[in-house]
Ligand binder design. Structure first.
Ligand code: NAD
Length: 361
């Protein structure tokens, strides 16, 4: 297969970790007979340095012409970087929000996986996490409270603020279908999270999700209230497969779920639109404190590349091979600094990439 992939190296540790993910993709290409054309794209601070703005129309157009985009993190140290002397709409992060919007990326996927090998980093009791866990949070990204009408008014000398939470049937159906499609590639369970005992938008969310479920008889749908879900994530995380939820609930729950896995350097993510196109990136930031030292953990970016193969190209075998290689490297006792523990061998970014490549057979 010929894969046309946009590559945004980004800022801080971005170029280091993306280099390793590209190395791993090339290894997969050698083993499974795929070829790539990589298109380098500028975003964030790197784009400001060249063009004076964090995102150009040229980057958007080039990204649209790719089958998928792999990205490192963007941004710098807000206290020292000149990018933060610019007005907010010209700073690196504005470019990220703008590209997500321009590409209509409405579905955000964040896996939260606890590797048995790293369970020491999990803050939960061992009996709750024995054997590890593996869940996928699917968060709606372009609707709901963060995009609804808002205003602040003063009435009779009292300030009052309004934010509105709106979802249309169409917005709910398109993300629910995505969640069920993804559950079909996993353990075939969707937990849809809402607040249907209080909110109209949640009652519509539940109704539409139940309608979509009828088209997926193999997938079990469970509805859960968001307050209960927040508790269940720390009480029994093993019960979850795909968690489907709206924008604000997903914002909070995905951070909670990632916390229980222990390390930011291991967390992949994807943002998808209605086609097979997706933007794949690590969940963490550009870590300016360790940039250029060759010590960043590239695994989140490498696992994001595996998600890209699985969700944009349906190359499940190849994605499995990457995930298995990561598991093997951890089992063999290799660690980057962020996941280091006693008795293990500490290695740098490039060595981690090499060892993962060696284990892709
Ligand atoms: P951060 O995630 O960059 O760093 C938090 C801590 O985690 C740091 O100690 C860092 O060294 C460590 N860390 C993060 N990724 C790591 C990795 N792969 N390996 C080892 N250690 C790792 O968060 P921050 O410091 O709040 O933000 C730094 C910059 O990143 C800011 O400019 C912020 O806006 C930006 N940011 C970008 C994205 C994105 O591109 N999607 C996301 C979050 C933050």
């Amino acid at each position: 297969m010929q894969l046309h992939i946009g590559v945004i190296r980004g800022d801080g540790i971005g170029p280091e970790i993306v280099t390793e993910a590209v190395k791993v993709l090339n290894r997969v290409g050698e083993v499974y007979g795929h070829t790539y054309s990589f298109e380098e794209l500028l975003l964030g601070g790197a784009s400001i340095d060249v063009h004076g703005v964090p995102l150009t129309d040229e980057t958007i157009e080039k990204a649209k012409s790719c089958d998928a985009v792999l990205m490192g993190s963007i941004g710098g140290d807000a206290k020292t970087s000149p990018w933060y002397q610019l007005e907010p709409s010209k700073r690196p992060e504005a470019g990220l929000l703008a590209i997500r919007k321009a590409l209509n990326l409405f579905a955000n996927l964040r896996p939260a996986v606890l590797y048995d090998e790293l369970k020491g980093a999990c803050p939960l009791k061992e009996e709750l996490t024995e054997g590890g866990f593996d869940m996928m949070i699917m968060r709606e990204l372009t609707g709901g409270l963060y995009f609804g009408e808002r205003k602040t008014v003063e009435e009779a000398g009292v300030m009052t603020a309004y934010d509105s939470l709106t979802y249309s049937e169409t917005e709910i159906r398109r993300i629910a279908k995505r969640a069920f499609d993804i559950a079909m590639k996993r353990s075939k369970k969707v937990t849809s999270v809402d607040k249907a005992n209080v909110l109209d938008s949640s009652r519509l969310w539940r109704k539409v999700t139940e309608e979509v479920a009828k088209d997926y008889p193999e997938v079990t749908l469970e509805n859960m209230l968001v307050d209960n879900c927040a508790m269940q994530l720390v009480k029994n995380p093993k019960q979850f497969d795909v968690i489907l939820t709206e924008n604000m609930f997903g914002d909070i729950l995905s951070d909670e779920a990632s916390m229980v896995t222990g390390s930011i350097g291991m967390l992949a993510s994807a943002s998808l639109n209605e086609t097979k196109f997706g933007l794949y990136e690590p969940s963490g930031g550009s870590a300016p404190d360790i940039a250029g030292k060759g010590i960043a953990n590239p695994i989140a970016t490498i696992l994001s590349a595996a998600m890209m193969l699985r969700f944009s190209f349906d190359l499940d075998k190849e994605a499995d091979a990457i995930e298995k290689a990561v598991d093997l490297v951890l089992k063999d006792g290799y660690r980057t600094i962020d996941i280091m523990s006693e008795g293990k061998e500490q290695i740098g970014t490039a060595k981690m990439g090499d060892l993962i490549c060696e284990r892709i057979q």
